[in-house]
Design a protein around this ligand. Sequence first.
Ligand SMILES: [Mg+2]
Ligand SMILES: [Zn+2]
Length: 195
Amino acid sequence: MSPTVFVDTDASADTSSQQRPTVFVDRDGTLNVDQVHGVSIEGLELRPGAAQAMRAWRDAGWRIVVITNQSGIARGKYTELEMHRFHEALQASLGVTFDALYFCPHLPDAGCACRKPAPGMLLQAAREHGIDLRASFMVGDSWLDVEAAEAVGARSVLVPSKPDTLSKRAKRPDHVAEDLAAAAEWMLSQSPAAR
Ligand SMILES: [Mg+2]
Ligand SMILES: [Zn+2]
């Protein structure tokens, strides 16, 4: 099993600023409308409040790290290159450059350490960027995101994208927000991030 593939868009900016709060953000259903194993740029549609949240975190100097399960790669639905092109379009659409992005390309039953709810991608990001996970937040639309956050002691915020998300969750998130803008507002109100 290959390790988590890692794309760092701006590593140099992180080395001297380890005290920056970090928000880990899920992609599908959180930043963009979930295409269900698709990365069509024509089909790219932002979720409500996503661009606003990005601006709020940027303005506050937060580190933005995307953490995303992309089993569509192992399923042969799209290539890594097509996914990277989608991420370029996503960042342009959001008006922000991610500090880093980690993705798991494996199938759900592959037994890898990176696919959420496993915390492998969060742990790798923490190692590579000197991030204090217990002072960080993870936001997503699925219980997978909540469990990954809980596994490393990060605070979790659920932004449900489907009516049944809340009933499916195995554990309680620290906060539930209507959309990503409201999630960002709540996180910023919790500053300083350190508990
Ligand atoms: Mg999601
Ligand atoms: Zn994986």
